[in-house]
Write a protein that binds this ligand. Sequence first.
Ligand SMILES: Cc1cc2nc3c(=O)[nH]c(=O)nc-3n(C[C@H](O)[C@H](O)[C@H](O)COP(=O)(O)OP(=O)(O)OC[C@H]3O[C@@H](n4cnc5c(N)ncnc54)[C@H](O)[C@@H]3O)c2cc1C
Length: 444
Amino acid sequence: MEKNFDVIIVGGGVTGTSLLYMLSRYTKIRRVLLLEKYGSMASLNSNSRSNSQTLHFGDIETNYTLDKSKKVKEYAEYLLGYTRNVLDRGESRRIIRKCQKMVLGVGHEEVEALERIYGSGILDIFPGLKRIERREIAKIEPKVIEGRKGNERVLALLSDKGYMVDFGRLAGTFIDKARRYNRGVRVDTGVEVKKARRTNDGYVVHAGGRELISKFVVFATGSYSLHFAKMFGYDENLSILSIGGGFYFSKRMLRGKVYRVQHGHIPFAAIHADPDINNGSVTRFGPTVTVPPVLEKGHLGTLPDYVRSFDIDLQTAISLKRILLNKDIMRIIRRNMSYGLPIVGKGLFLKNEASKIIPTIKAGDLWLDKSTGGIRPQIIDKTKHFLALGEAKIQREGLIFNITPSPGASSCVGSALEDARYISKYLGTDFNEGLFNKEIATKD
Ligand SMILES: Cc1cc2nc3c(=O)[nH]c(=O)nc-3n(C[C@H](O)[C@H](O)[C@H](O)COP(=O)(O)OP(=O)(O)OC[C@H]3O[C@@H](n4cnc5c(N)ncnc54)[C@H](O)[C@@H]3O)c2cc1C
């Protein structure tokens, strides 16, 4: 069995598989191995049952800065480019679909927040974003207005960039295409990487009872990436707060995605409503917010590794204190803690969340599916003593660690581009910018 590789990618979610494709198609790096610890690819956060299936562009995400929106838009367009130009129409249809998408403000404070955003220069980045009032919302998304009090202020920003994506299936296509372009690609499932260490001319990766040798190692292990970075001594002043997220369902009540205004500087989305790409007869509401002490949903065995990633020291303690003293975060956690409770949970979710989007929805319309949802590894920046927005990437001496809360799935092709360029330079080979631009970097 081969044991020498140019690149080993650890993790078979959408981050690791998109890099596998990127290296195979746009570089001459041939000996690439992807290792996934579970029996199938994308079984954690990238799976369509775990996330909200939204291709984030940054137009209706009220917690993004304009700079973050610009970058997320560029990376979302790469993903679109891949699905349009690399996949055939049948494949593409199963993976991505256009849908209506808006962010809804309810009440004075939220409406004012949307007015501010609309006047803040966002139209320079998203000229197709439209400000719509009650009457137009009623035409486009009737259930949002039906039964709503006449004196309740509402405003929405309607996006022209609504897409739902099955990121798990997308991961599958990255592997298929990588194999087509590079016969040297190897993908092993059911192989867990336990540890890795540096040697004089590369790395030794301990996986499935074997020692594999590679010039470069990428940890695309989602919640686990910071754990591995700390194993190599790269602390980077980061820690992780696991934010769990689950979903309530109803029969299909909305035509498209209805996001809500996020309060404060909270780096994850407020509970919203979405269609399901794999089940046209339901509407999903979520993700709810919990703080389980684990790195993977439902896997209690990941608790000790979570404690190591959390890495409690004085700076983490100060950060945690500031996070827990934040009134918006505390309000969200207090409310959300009850949503999973038997009997009362559904009623509280209805009152605080679902009825804000659909005023006429009833408790009997809703059910909680505990098998859905995942863990968002929200990053604590110990220098700022607060939660950071979005993903983090550590690139050092033949190693990359990708920590990927939302919008990690939307940004996977852009992230893979950054990594493939870095790896090519490190290994002294070219990245084919011309071919990438021709195939992927086309504008929406
Ligand atoms: C509730 C929720 C809603 C979300 N909604 C959205 C959304 O609408 N849009 C969006 O863009 N993003 C969303 N996200 C974020 C998105 O799901 C993630 O950013 C994305 O899936 C991360 O992909 P990944 O490949 O980095 O990680 P994962 O999908 O978690 O994959 C990591 C892989 O690494 C493997 N692995 C871990 N450790 C090892 C090891 N030691 N050895 C071998 N393999 C290992 C795991 O088994 C796993 O398959 C959401 C996340 C959640 C939880």
